[in-house]
Design a protein. Structure first.
Length: 151
C-alpha cells in the first residue's frame, strides 16, 4: 500500500546543534509556475549602517544558490520619497524560484538560516514576506535586458 504522502527530510546545523525534522507532505502536483519571493526588512532603531550594508552583502550571496531560478535575486534599499511611504522598511529582496519546492529549499537552506539568524532576526523590528506565482505566459514581463559586454 502506498502512502498518499511524501516525506521531506530537513537537516539543519546551527553552531554545534543538529536538528533533523521529517515532514509528511500531501502528494500534489507541483505547479509549473515561477514563484516570486519578496521580503521587506525594517530594522530596530540604532542599527548601524555598517550592519545594514553587511546584510545586503550577505543576502546578495544567496543568488548563487541552485534553488534560485537563473540566479535571479536582487536586493536594494528604499529610495521612496517621501520616506514615510515606505513605513520604515529599508531593505527589499526579490528572488525567483522554479516552484514552491525550490522556494522551500531556499528558505530551509543552511545559508538562509545562517543569514537570517545571525544578521536579520536579532536586529529587525519587523519584516514582511510575500510570495506569489507568475503564470508562464506572463514570465516574459520579468525578463530584463542582457548586461552589455564590457569593452
Amino acid at each position: 500500500m502506498t502512502s498518499p504522502h511524501s516525506k521531506l527530510h530537513i537537516s539543519r546545523s546551527l553552531n554545534r546543534f543538529q536538528t533533523q525534522i521529517t515532514i509528511f507532505l500531501p502528494r500534489v502536483a507541483v505547479s509549473k509556475m515561477t514563484v516570486v519571493h519578496i521580503v521587506l526588512i525594517k530594522f530596530r532603531p540604532g542599527v548601524a549602517q555598517e550592519h545594514k550594508d553587511t546584510v545586503i552583502q550577505e543576502l546578495n550571496k544567496m543568488k548563487e544558490m541552485d534553488c534560485v531560478k537563473h540566479h535571479r535575486l536582487v536586493v536594494g534599499t528604499s529610495i521612496t520619497v517621501p520616506v514615510e511611504r515606505s513605513k520604515g522598511f529599508e531593505i527589499a529582496l526579490v528572488s525567483f524560484h522554479e516552484n514552491a519546492i525550490e522556494l522551500d529549499k531556499y528558505r530551509n537552506s543552511e545559508e538562509h538560516l545562517r543569514i537570517t539568524t545571525t544578521h536579520i532576526y536579532p536586529h529587525q523590528e519587523e519584516s514582511i514576506r510575500f510570495d506569489f506565482e507568475v503564470a508562464p505566459e506572463e514570465e516574459h514581463l520579468w525578463t530584463f535586458l542582457p548586461i552589455p559586454a564590457e569593452n
